[in-house]
Design a protein around this ligand. Structure first.
Ligand SMILES: Nc1ncnc2c1ncn2[C@@H]1O[C@H](COP(=O)(O)OP(=O)(O)OP(=O)(O)O)[C@@H](O)[C@H]1O
Length: 642
């Protein structure tokens, strides 16, 4: 069921920079597009200034030929006004034309930077951030910033310039009328200032809620099968409706606030024009102003009405853009805790010795009252050895595998590859040497070929074909050849058109194709029936003979494939040995294996690797009792790791 998502606690809600300084940060991405924005502002200003000159022509026309009653002399003035109007339109068209390309370029530059950052940030970042929040930043926030840069920013400048120049013209025409007009506009600044604070908060809320909504849509599309299977579609819809309703009420609040400021923005110029009209007529009646000047004054004042009215809209637009900018930089500024060292080590051809020494780990958001998940793991995996990792569910097996390629960094101790701390390599180098396959096999919307050769971008032609076919053979993924377009078939969003077992086999083929020194397999065969698993294992053995492997095992058959087994218990590896040694010596191991078998007998095709050589019967109750005592007296280690 798509849960209501909120942005993570650590996310700052609005930065403490003021709007101008927050928006100023965009300059990094504007870069070489800046001249285009300036040119666009110049064209728009030229258009506005030409517009402002029309009333001057009008004044000369009214005071000249019109007052003289010379109709024929009006024509040149009319033509001049027509020419100026045309020029104004041309400049507006130029403004738009000049800004479209650079605006979209800035947007895509920002989008690429965001994407690159998301790729670079560690898994712990993605654990915290709902996908919809990231999606809405990458799509709607950046679109909003582009529109603001190309239109909002340009017109804020142009309209302010028009107001300043226009007011100057009004004052020069008649200082008294001009001043009245100016003073009347003052309340607008106060209203605008108060509006900013309230609107900013609402804008932030609405954009975050839009992100939550995107997360809900993403989750329910992703989990559509579960929703349908459990008949929870209606429930999901009502929870979605609630979220959509919250967003709607925020938008309504925003619109109300906007309407308030609009009311002021429309009222103030109308009031000031009315006041000026009364005063102007009185001045004209007392011969202190010509009729032409009065007409020109009102034509100019009317022209200033839109720039003044637009200030509220432009201010709201700038505040929305500021929120979008804050939201963008929250991701871009996120500190990456898993980084490459300044002076990275290189391993040409590693032999594949993988060691855990005193490894401790806890998840960042793990509650204080819990101890570390891993509390000093010691484990040496020899080159070429296959080590199975077993432990009760939730004991930290997956976590241990994730630490090898630095999906998370250890919080204590170290992991070494050929004796070198994994943190001494660049992440790219490390992940070239250690390849992973996960239980939850994610495939990308691309061909089978591209998915399998994901880790080998350097391969081409015959060599690529060879690696692909070998990997598919080892992973028993021959079904790929029977897909409609063979290995060129697009496997769809996250491979949803394939079965779970088929996806797992392609993910395994991907790990095998990477030809790593160390292969880390997190229960990659869980969705296969036992017969297929046995065939995959037979093929895998040939690969694993020359590759070091750490395999999380949830089934006895996977354990059988390994040279040795490590037992993870209470945050430590408490025993290491061959399967039969472990069965003999470790009571907890026997208990874990018996629970694996309980699961395994429920697997389709189970039969040949059942609990033939374990003595687990009856141990479960004893083990439960032992664990119960453990929880009361603290953990008891049953032995040391190798
Ligand atoms: N990203 C995460 N953030 C916080 N806690 C996590 C995260 N991933 C796992 N955990 C917690 O860490 C513990 C160990 O999880 P892990 O997946 O490593 O166990 P596991 O031994 O692989 O379990 P299983 O056999 O069920 O796959 C669990 O209690 C889990 O809730």
């Amino acid at each position: 069921m798509p849960a209501t998502q909120h942005h993570p606690d650590h996310m700052p809600v609005g930065s403490d920079l003021n709007a101008v300084r927050a928006l100023w940060r965009l300059r990094v991405f504007i870069g070489r597009a800046a001249p285009a924005f300036v040119l666009s502002a110049v064209f728009a200003s030229a258009g506005q200034l030409i517009g402002l000159s029309i009333p001057q022509v009008l004044e000369s026309m009214v005071d000249g030929p019109l007052s003289d009653g010379d109709a024929s002399a009006v024509m040149p003035f009319a033509l001049l006004i027509l020419g100026l109007g045309t020029l104004e339109a041309v400049f507006y068209a130029l403004r738009r034309w000049v800004v479209v390309g650079p605006g979209t370029r800035v947007e895509s530059r920002m989008r690429n930077a965001l994407y690159a950052k998301l790729q670079d940030l560690p898994v712990s970042f993605h654990d915290k951030w709902p996908s919809g929040q990231l999606l809405s930043r990458a799509v709607s926030d950046l679109g909003l910033i582009r529109r603001w840069l190309s239109f909002g920013l340009v017109f804020t400048f142009v309209n302010l310039l028009t107001i300043v120049v226009g007011t100057g013209i009004l004052i020069s025409m008649n200082w008294m009328l001009g001043l009245v007009f100016l003073v009347c506009a003052m309340p607008l600044w106060i209203v605008g200032f108060r509006f900013e604070g309230r609107y900013s908060a609402l804008s932030r809320r609405s954009q975050d809620q839009a992100g939550d909504l995107a997360t809900a849509v993403e989750e329910s599309v992703h989990g559509i099968r579960v929703l349908k299977a459990f008949g929870r579609g209606k429930h999901a819809l009502s929870s979605f409706r609630e979220q959509a309703e919250s967003l709607r009420s925020t938008e309504i609040e925003k619109a109300r606030l906007d309407a308030n400021i609009w009311a002021w923005l429309l009222l103030v110029p109308a009031l000031s024009i009315a006041l000026c009209l009364g005063l102007g007529i009185w001045l004209t009646a007392n011969d202190q102003m010509s009729v032409g000047a009065l007409v020109a004054f009102f034509a100019t004042a009317t022209m200033l009405a839109w720039p003044i009215e637009s200030i509220g809209f432009l201010l709201a637009f700038a505040l929305d853009a500021r929120t979008a900018t804050d939201r963008f930089f929250e991701v871009v500024d996120s500190e990456n805790t898993v980084v490459d060292p300044e002076q990275a080590r290189e391993l040409g051809d590693p032999v594949g010795a993988l060691s855990f020494t005193g490894v401790r780990f806890r998840y960042q958001d793990s509650p204080e009252r819990f101890g570390d998940l891993l509390q000093g793991v010691d484990l040496d995996i020899r080159p070429g050895e296959t080590m199975a990792l077993v432990g009760l569910t939730g004991s930290g097996k997956t976590t241990m595998t994730a630490l090898t390629t630095r999906l998370y960094d250890v919080t204590g101790g170290s992991i070494t590859l050929d004796g070198v701390d994994v943190r001494a390599f660049t992440r790219e180098e490390l992940r070239r040497h250690i390849a992973m396959a996960f239980e939850d096999a994610t495939l990308f919307s691309d061909s089978v070929r591209a998915n399998v050769l994901l880790g080998r971008p350097e391969l081409e032609g015959e060599e690529a074909e060879q690696v692909l076919h070998e990997a598919l053979r080892i992973a028993q993924a021959g079904f790929a050849y029977d897909l409609p377009e063979g290995v060129d078939t697009k496997v769809g969003e996250e491979g949803m058109s394939l079965s779970g077992g088929q996806r797992q086999r392609l993910a395994l083929a991907r790990a095998v194709a990477a030809r790593p020194a160390v292969l880390v397999l997190d229960d990659p065969l869980s969705a296969l029936d036992v017969a297929t698993e046995a065939r995959v294992e037979a093929e895998l053995r040939s690969v694993l003979a020359s590759t070091t492997a750490l395999v999380v095992a949830h089934r006895p058959s996977t354990v059988m494939m390994a040279d040795r087994v490590a037992l993870l218990e209470d945050g430590r590896v408490t025993a290491v040995g061959t399967h039969s040694e472990m069965l003999r010596e470790s009571e907890h191991y026997r208990f874990v294996i018996s629970s694996l078998e309980d699961d395994a007998v429920n697997q389709p095709g189970f039969g040949d690797v059942a609990a033939s050589d374990t003595e687990a019967a009856g141990l479960e109750a004893a083990e439960r009792e032992r664990r119960l005592q453990n929880t009361m007296t603290g953990p008891i280690s049953t032995g040391g790791a190798s």
